[in-house]
Design a protein around this ligand. Structure first.
Ligand code: NDP
Length: 248
C-alpha cells in the first residue's frame, strides 16, 4: 500500500528527543522525507535518522538553534538545497525555565520566549515562500495546555505557548489562500524528559488533575500530528488537545 506522505518533505524542529522525535518517526513511517533538527543532542538525532531510514524513508539530521533567526533560516535553506522543497513544518522545539515571577530573571524569560515562540516565526517565515511557490503547506506549532490554562511558575512558558496559538490563528488566516494550513497542538503532560524531570511530588499532584489518570505518551501526540498532515486538508487555525481530559 502506498504510504500517504511519499514525496513530501517534513522539517521537525527539536526532533532528537521527546515529542519531536515521535513526530519525526511517525511522519517517516508514513513515507515522508524527514529533516531532523537538533540543538545539543547529535547522537540521539542520528538514531532518529537511522530509525526513519530503517523504515524505508529518507532523513537527515541538521544542527541548529532555531531560536536564532539565521540558524532557523539555514535549517530551511539546507532542506531546500538537499530535497528541493518543504511540505510540512513541525515547530516543536521548546524548553522551560520554571520560576515564580519573584525569582524569574530576564534571561529566563527571554530564553523561553525565544526558543518556544520566536523560533516558530523564524522557521515559518523562512519556509512559507517555498510552500507558497508550490501552493501547499502543512504547519503545526507545538503549543501546550499551559498556553490555555496558565500555571504557577510558568509565566514565561505560558506566554510563549499562548503566543503560539495566536500565531497559528493569524498565520492560518493569512496563508489559507495558498493552501497552507496552520494548527496548534496543545498537549497536556506527556512522558518526555521535560516531564520526567519533575519531582515525584509534582507528578503526583499533576496526576490528580488528569481525569484519564495518566500522562500521555509521545506517540499519542504524534498520531494526531500525522492525522493533521495526512487528512487535515479542511482544518486550519485550530487547537488540538490530547491532554487526558485535564483541560476541557
Ligand atoms: P524534550 O525536552 O524532551 O525535548 C526538547 C527538544 O527540543 C529536543 O530535541 C531539543 O534538542 C530541542 N531543542 C531545545 N532547544 C532547541 C533549540 N534552541 N533549537 C533546536 N532544538 C531545540 O521536550 P518535549 O519533547 O517534552 O517537548 C517538545 C515540545 O512539546 C516543546 O515545545 C514543549 O514545550 C512541548 N510540550 C511538551 C509537553 C510535555 O508534557 N512533554 C506538553 C505540551 C507541550 P537537543 O536535545 O538536541 O538540544
Amino acid at each position: 500500500m502506498a504510504k500517504r506522505l511519499e514525496g513530501q518533505v517534513a522539517v521537525v524542529t527539536g526532533a532528537s528527543r521527546g515529542l519531536g522525535r515521535a513526530c519525526a518517526l511517525e511522519l517517516g513511517r508514513e513515507g515522508a522525507t524527514v529533516v531532523v533538527n537538533y540543538f545539543t543532542s547529535p547522537d540521539p538525532a542520528k538514531e532518529v535518522v537511522a530509525e526513519i531510514e530503517a523504515a524505508g524513508s529518507k532523513a537527515i539530521a541538521v544542527a541548529g538553534n532555531v531560536g536564532v533567526a539565521a540558524e532557523a533560516k539555514a535549517l530551511i535553506d539546507k532542506t531546500i538545497e538537499t530535497y528541493g522543497h518543504i511540505d510540512i513544518l513541525i515547530n516543536n522545539a521548546g524548553i522551560n525555565r520554571d520560576k515564580t515571577l519573584k525569582r524569574m530573571s530576564n534571561e529566563d524569560w527571554d530564553d523561553v520566549i525565544t526558543t518556544d515562540l520566536s523560533s516558530a516565526f523564524y522557521c515559518t517565515s523562512a519556509a512559507v515562500p517555498h510552500m507558497t511557490e508550490r501552493n501547499y503547506g502543512r504547519i503545526i506549532v507545538m503549543s501546550s495546555i499551559i498556553g490555555q490554562m496558565g500555571n504557577l511558575g510558568q509565566s514565561n512558558y505560558a506566554a510563549a505557548k499562548a503566543g503560539l496559538i495566536a500565531f497559528a490563528k493569524s498565520a492560518a488566516k493569512e496563508l489559507a489562500r495558498n493552501n497552507i494550513t496552520v494548527n496548534a497542538m496543545c498537549p497536556g503532560f506527556v512522558e518526555t524528559d521535560m516531564v520526567i524531570a519533575l519531582s515525584d511530588e509534582v507528578k503526583a499532584a499533576l496526576l490528580k488533575n488528569i481525569p484519564l489518570g495518566r500522562f500521555g505518551k509521545p506517540e499519542e501526540v504524534a498520531n494526531f500530528v500525522r492525522f493533521l498532515v495526512t487528512e487535515g486538508d479542511w482544518i486550519t487555525g485550530q487547537q488540538f488537545n490530547p491532554n487526558g481530559g485535564q483541560y476541557m
